[in-house]
Write a new protein. Structure first.
Length: 246
């Protein structure tokens, strides 16, 4: 059985890493290349880079940033934001990314997931699902939909998604803990790995998430202290969570 993964997430806006609470009040927390390298050195299993403005600004993800990140990292990383076609995905993978995350474009045209799986392989397709008060939202949380998280996750898997990145907008940035009920329900609805996202504030929060999901996304808990990742791994072992040796 694969080890559970610890995945730092870097939300990028204007070539800087930003973080807010419930997708609002974004503040600058650093350089994406430098932060990514620091997390890699600290023992991250993977990284996720999300261009949080690409869809709102109707542009493609920052390919040049992906190239710079790839030059510095020795661990897999996922890139999302502004991916609207299989061609977009292929460009990002050619620049050095290992996986691509899709969100709004797949909600608007679910057939995109099958096209991506056929062109780049299921293992490289991550569907990001942002949920607020039980329903899925798109466009960085600014647009509502009628979809439920479980229903959309099941359809995404059927259409070719190899992984689900599930974010609770209600918990995002609060450091009050992941939405375990939501995460467990989605994980039970699909057979592909689920990454829990939104709300990590303590080691126990991460341990709780890893009881129901295959990976935990980490942001606020790390951004002010990249070395926290190493301590987090040791603390998880003390709680009985079997994680990879960094």
């Amino acid at each position: 059985m694969p080890f559970p993964r610890l995945i730092p997430c870097l939300d990028v806006a204007g070539d800087r890493v930003v973080k807010g609470v419930r997708f609002r009040g974004l503040r600058d927390v650093g350089n994406p290349v430098e932060l990514g390298a620091a997390y890699s050195d600290a023992g991250a299993d993977e990284l996720v880079f999300l261009d949080v403005q690409a869809t709102l600004e109707r542009r493609s993800t920052l390919v040049e940033l992906v190239r710079r990140v790839a030059e510095r990292l020795q661990i897999p990383f996922t890139v999302g934001g502004g991916v609207r076609s299989a061609g977009d995905a292929e460009t990002l993978l050619a620049a050095g990314a290992d996986k691509v995350a899709v969100n709004s474009a797949a909600l608007q045209r679910p057939e995109l997931l099958t096209e991506l799986a056929e062109r780049v392989g299921t293992q490289a397709v991550v569907v990001a699902i942002d949920v607020e008060r039980g329903t899925v939202r798109s466009h960085a949380g600014t647009v509502g939909t009628s979809r439920t998280a479980m229903g959309w996750a099941r359809e995404a898997q059927e259409r070719g998604a190899g992984e689900i990145l599930l974010t609770s907008i209600d918990a995002d940035g609060t450091r009050a803990g992941y939405d375990i009920e939501l995460t467990a329900a989605v994980a039970a609805a699909v057979d592909v790995p689920v990454i829990a996202s939104g709300g990590a504030g303590t080691t126990q929060h991460v341990a709780d998430a890893l009881e129901v999901a295959q990976a935990a996304l980490l942001a606020s808990i790390l951004h002010e202290d990249a070395a926290r990742l190493g301590r987090l791994r040791r603390e998880l072992r003390q709680l009985g969570v079997v994680v990879r040796d960094a």
